[in-house]
Design a protein around this ligand. Structure first.
Ligand code: GLU
Ligand code: MG
Length: 460
């Protein structure tokens, strides 16, 4: 699946799709990947070029792997500098006509070398490799990212710039927001429906101007693709309403931020490993081992799931962001919230929510890293520590579970030592990812939280 490319078959498939795009007045196709800074980057082709792009790819520099959130460019052990070129190959199975961008279609890409080999630092291929690793073990994950975003205006000016003005001043979870933003929300739901995105729920969130949407679980790579598609659709519909959107982990310093909670369940031929067993809350022994393995590795994993300097302004107690390294059934302050679902539906509903994940994370890297940890843990026979059934911040300090890393440098230090994730990602990707993390630490060193927030607010 990963190593062989049938160029003729791809061109033929693309020709058929191109005919269909023509009948739907599509002029151009946006081909996206997500870089190590968590930014979705794009190259576009006019419609008639799609078959050629599918068969031969389109060129892009590998230097994008060392771009930072402010578009400055760092370097890494294997990747960096002006040399080299890659081929971007659209995944035609994900080709989608964009409802809120008339004349446009979209597809995510895999990145290949000019020699027709998988590019070792391709984040999407990393996720695909890890899914294949699980497949080999007879395991499938069903996953979905929740999407939280801020919608409003203003907030320009970088350091010390004005705070953005929310599009609705209505209260948290308030019907006022749904009334005031009724047309926007309807247009968004229409667009997502036209794009076959299976929306499950929508609600106004806690922070000022914050909204949230959740979608049905899918295979891990599709879940990452979907979150990319969702974000650009949310942004495109907002633009048509004269509004701006931010997926930054923190939009206003000192306030609740945007999460990108990652839900997943793990399945083998007997069913969901998180239900129907003798372990805690009905987990099977293998389900428990997965959760225990994840819990143990969270301090390193957060460098991937909460990778920006602003991520650590969000990852603090009592924001439902999952700042403590603990687990608990329906505990919204635990980094791992275990969800059983309602009696009668637990076989399908039971899942785990990784709360210490935010939208600065590259969803392919987050998914791939989680799959790698799951593959490692599932048969390791690990047992969970005791569950935390209260707000950890309310416990006397000696009784509190450990905090996850409280800064990006602390998370980087944990990831650097994580041999499992290093080996899973491969040296090229791992080193480039770390180089971008370190460069972003440097970029914002000594700056006040509100300046960091203002500088990154509209980047994500
Ligand atoms: N906005 C919160 C966060 O930063 C999450 C709120 C919720 O639990 O949905 O993760
Ligand atoms: Mg939420």
């Amino acid at each position: 699946m990963l190593e062989v490319m049938d160029r003729d078959a791809l061109a033929e498939q693309a020709r058929e799709l191109t005919d269909d795009l023509a009948t739907r007045a599509v002029r151009a196709v946006a081909l996206t990947w997500v870089d190590n800074a968590g930014i979705t980057r794009v190259k576009t082709v006019p419609r008639h070029r799609l078959p050629d792009a599918a068969a031969w790819g389109i060129g892009a520099s590998p230097v994008f792997d060392v771009f930072c959130v402010d578009d400055s460019i760092t370097t890494s052990r294997y990747i960096g500098g002006p040399m080299g070129d890659l081929r971007l190959h659209p995944d035609l199975d994900r080709l989608t006509v964009l409802a809120a961008q008339p004349g446009w279609a979209w597809a995510p890409v895999d990145r290949w070398t000019q020699e027709g080999e998988p590019y070792p630092a391709c984040q999407r291929m990393f996720a695909r490799r890890m899914v294949a690793r699980l497949d080999d073990a007879g395991l499938q994950l069903k996953a979905a990212f929740e999407v939280e975003w801020f919608i409003g205006e203003g907030g320009d000016g970088g350091d010390g710039g004005d705070a953005p003005v929310p599009a609705s001043a209505g209260p948290a979870y308030g019907m006022t927001r749904v009334v005031e933003l009724s047309d926007y929300i309807r247009d968004l739901l229409d667009a997502l429906d036209a794009q076959d995105v299976a929306v499950e729920q929508f609600h106004p969130e806690y922070a000022a101007g914050q909204l949230e949407l959740s979608v049905a679980p899918t295979d891990p790579v599709a879940a990452a693709d979907t979150v990319v598609l969702l974000r650009q659709t949310i942004r495109a519909v907002a633009a048509r309403h004269g509004l701006r959107v931010s997926f930054a982990p923190v939009v206003a310093a000192g306030q609740v931020g945007n999460g990108a909670h990652l839900h997943f369940s793990a399945w083998n031929s007997d069913g969901n490993l998180f239900a129907g067993g003798d372990g805690p809350h009905g987990m099977t022994a293998r389900g428990e081992s997965i959760l225990a393995g994840l819990l143990d590795r969270l301090p390193a994993l957060v460098a991937v799931t909460a990778p920006s300097v602003t991520s650590y302004l969000r990852l603090v107690p009592q924001r439902w962001a999952g700042a403590f390294q603990c687990w608990g059934r329906e505990n919204r302050e635990a980094a791992l919230r275990f969800v059983t679902g309602v009696t009668g539906a637990r076989d399908t509903a039971a899942n785990v929510e990784i709360k210490c994940c935010d939208p600065a994370a590259n969803p392919y890297l987050a998914m791939g890293a989680v799959c790698a940890v799951v593959a490692d843990a599932v048969d390791a026979g690990l047992r969970l520590p005791e569950e935390v059934v209260v707000d950890p911040a309310g416990l006397p300090e000696p009784d509190q579970p450990p905090r996850l890393p409280e800064s990006l440098p602390a998370a980087i230090a944990r990831l650097e030592r994580d041999e499992l994730l290093r080996a899973a990602m491969g040296e090229e990707l791992f080193e480039a990812f770390l180089a971008v993390r370190r460069a972003e630490v440097e970029l914002f060193a000594g700056r006040e939280p509100q300046d960091v927030v203002a500088a990154t607010r509209w980047a994500y």
